[in-house]
Structures are given as C-alpha cells and as structure tokens.
Design a protein around this ligand. Structure first.
Ligand code: 13P
Length: 228
C-alpha cells in the first residue's frame, strides 16, 4: 500500500464511521502509522465525511507536520502517545459511537464477560477516567490501560480503538457500538448473564492465537508498502 492508498483508506473509514452514525458534526479522527514511522491523520475541524485524501495530514513520529494546509486533528496527542507506547499498533480510530459513549457517560465499562465477540475481537474494554479532549491529559489518562487493551471507552467523551491494521481498528469500533446496543437491549429485558469462566478462558486463548495472525497480516501489508 502506498501513502496515497493509505490516505484513501482513511477517507473510506471516515465515510463508514459517518454512514453508521458513529460520528456526527466534526467528531472523530483516524490515523495510520506508515512503515517510515510517519503518521497520516485526519485534519481538524472538518466533518469527517468531507475529508479527502488531499486534506490528510502527515506528521513525523514526534508530531511535526510535514504537509501544508489544515492542521492535524486536535486529538493528535492521544494518537502519538498510543503509537509511542504500542509499537504493534499501526492504526487508531477515535469516534463518538452513541450507545457505547452513553455507557461511558454513566460510568459503565465493558469488563464483564457477556458477549463472545467482545472477548474475542475487543478483549476487555476499560473505562478511561475523564480528561479534557484535545489536551495531553487525555493521553495521560489512557496511559495505564494502553499496554493491555485494544479498545477504550473514554468517560463522558467517546471511544478509541487500535489495531495492527486500519481495517481491524475500524472493525473494533463498529463491534464496540454493536455490542453496546445489544447490552443496552439486554439490560432492559432482565439481568445480564455472564459467560462461564472456562468459556471465557477459551475465548481469550483463541484471541491470543489469532493475534499472531493479525500481526503477520499487518507485517505483510508493510512489506507491500515498502515495495512500492
Ligand atoms: P478533530 O476534528 O480535531 O479531530 O476533533 C474531533 C474530536 O472528536 C475531538 O475529540
């Protein structure tokens, strides 16, 4: 994948987030770490459905902007912090999915083992204490959770998902909102049942086994990018 096709992939993910109602107005931001270490990120202040490949911003690993035009997302500090602390992460999606965010507004996390897909695709989803969006405090608030999680509910704000590919980071955001809707419906119907401990263990082992495959896929994509 070239820089151009990566920028196009970011634009496609922005459209999909918008089409599913996971962002509205100027919400959300998406980034990818290129094999060079530079980061492509959505610009600030646009409705993400209006982002084009030409408006995508390129940054050095330390956050210096190397493209002209609009500035980078106001959440770039969070993205850079995640890339610094997670060498395995190559893509980040931040959105405001309504039902998942509502869980974050009332202070509920997704740590309970209730849905197999959540355990397999997302793992445990911690609730990161509130920190002002767009400030270094947000990265600081996420820091204790970064090493061990791939999806984060941000209290009274939204959600962030990461992955070895943009495809996986985006799927995790969709899955998080879908699971939130299911859980919300289940909670109206009656007490929520937890999955048996041995089944949870089996799902966690399956997730660890699948992780090696995800990383291998991502590494193959990077080799392709370097070949171009
Ligand atoms: P940006 O347009 O600056 O990326 O901000 C959107 C957002 O969701 C802030 O949390």
């Amino acid at each position: 994948m070239s820089r151009q096709s990566t920028a196009e992939e970011i634009v496609a993910v922005c459209s999909r987030l918008y089409d599913r109602g996971l962002i509205a107005g100027q919400d959300g931001n998406v980034s990818v770490r290129l094999p060079s270490g530079h980061i492509l990120v959505t610009p600030t202040g646009l409705s993400k459905v209006d982002v084009t490949p030409e408006t995508i911003v390129e940054l050095t690993p330390s956050g210096k902007q190397v493209t002209g035009g609009r500035g980078a997302s106001s959440e770039v500090g969070m993205h850079l912090r995640i890339y610094r602390e997670r060498p395995d992460v190559r893509a980040i999606v931040h959105a405001h999915p309504p039902v998942a965010t509502a869980f974050g507004v009332v202070g509920r996390d997704f740590m309970d083992a209730v849905l197999p897909e959540v355990i397999f695709h997302l793992g445990r989803v911690p609730l990161v204490p509130f920190a002002l969006p767009g400030t270094p405090a947000l990265g600081d608030a996420m820091a204790p959770y970064l090493a061990d999680h791939d999806a984060f509910l941000l209290a009274s704000h939204g959600a962030t998902t990461v992955g070895p590919t943009l495809q996986l980071a985006h799927q995790r955001m969709e899955s998080l909102e879908h699971a939130a809707r299911i859980l919300h419906a289940a909670m109206q119907l009656g007490p929520v049942n937890r999955i048996r401990a041995e089944d949870v263990e089996a799902l966690r082992r399956a997730r660890e086994a699948a992780r090696a495959g995800w990383d291998a896929d991502a590494a193959r994509t990077e080799v392709d990018e370097e070949d171009e």
